[in-house]
Write a protein that binds this ligand. Structure first.
Ligand SMILES: [Zn+2]
Length: 328
């Protein structure tokens, strides 16, 4: 099947790396979003796989590269669009957000969908949404802990009540990680919300983070690669049976600290905790006095931990999920 992306044509059976033009930088260089396209010989769904909405979440970018390298277009029924870096300025800066948004602070690229002709983050999101996402039948968006947190692996699906819920849940199950959760209700401006409005089933996959990269970077990248390949098998884009996995469904919440200081987590990602258990401590770095004990507000499974020793008031220090029997 033939594709047209950003004014470029990709013929059935071809692989091609493209640049989706967004703007021109102050030094005259083009600001482009990279797109790695593989168009199958056979007809089928177009799957878009992206990473680095947040510029310091590199595991997904690496997974997109490894996926693209391993695809033979002749074996695809459908097509693959890999976008390793949705937010190039944040990627270059090594930061979660883009430092150069005019007059607005750092906009979060995954809170400004569907984008607009405003600040640079909004322009990147609009260009990506219009130029790639809306041309796709399914979307998988990688996230992770970046430089401050360790997270998951956990797959997030479009919630009950959205028209794409059933298919999104099916993709999340096929992604093959144990922990699954719906996007929190009312969280607008995310890719998952915007794609649901467009009728495009999508999931997000949260994988890895800086504190574990030195030891386990390859295994996090591998979880991402295998997860996408299994979804592609379930959709029939790749041949072969999709692997089945057992799942735990969570209603995921963030736990914020009230105070800043030196933060020491006690709970680890994957731990099962009871209501009232101490998850971590914050101490005054001038005196050593413990100024906050962070306790579990309910029993559940820890899916995110802040690994950075400096906490500021209101930071996400943990993600905790309450187990739910039925997906919703
Ligand atoms: Zn992210």
């Amino acid at each position: 099947m033939d594709l047209e992306i950003g004014g470029f044509e990709v013929k059935g059976g071809e692989k091609r790396s493209l640049g989706l033009r967004v703007s021109i930088e102050a030094d005259g260089t083009p600001l482009e979003i990279p797109v790695l396209a593989a168009a199958g010989r056979g007809e089928g769904p177009i799957i878009c796989v992206d990473a680095c909405h947040h510029g310091d979440e590199y595991e997904g970018a690496e997974a997109v590269l490894r996926l693209w390298e391993g695809l033979e277009p002749g074996e695809l029924n459908g097509a693959f669009l890999g976008v390793p870096v949705v937010n190039p300025p944040a990627f270059l800066a090594g930061t979660r957000g883009n430092l150069r948004d005019f007059d607005t602070g750092h906009l979060d690229a995954n809170r400004v969908y569907p984008g607009r002709d405003g600040c640079i983050t909004e322009r990147l999101v609009k260009a990506y949404f219009e130029g790639v996402v809306k041309k796709s039948d399914r979307v998988i968006s990688f996230h992770g802990g970046g430089n401050r947190w360790l997270v998951g692996p956990i797959a997030i699906y479009q919630p009950e009540g959205s028209k794409t819920h059933a298919e999104s849940l099916s993709m999340a199950k096929a992604f093959g990680v144990r922990l699954l959760c719906p996007t929190p209700a009312g969280l607008e401006g995310t890719l998952l919300h915007a794609t649901a409005e467009e009728g495009i089933p999508a999931i997000a996959a949260e994988i890895g983070g800086h504190c574990d990269r030195y030891s386990n970077r390859g295994s996090y990248v591998g979880v991402g690669v295998e997860g996408v390949r299994n979804v592609m098998r379930r959709l029939g884009i790749l041949e072969g049976p999709a692997r089945e996995t057992d799942h735990v469904f969570l209603e995921a919440r963030y736990i914020h600290c009230a105070n800043g200081g030196l933060f020491s987590p006690k709970a680890k990602v994957g731990d099962r905790v009871e209501e009232g258990d101490e998850l971590g401590l914050i101490e005054n770095p001038w005196t050593g006095e413990v100024i906050e004990s962070i306790r579990a507000p309910f029993g559940g499974i820890v899916w995110l931990v802040m690994c950075y020793p400096l906490a500021n008031p209101g930071d996400w220090v943990f993600g905790l999920g309450r187990e739910i029997a039925e997906p919703r």
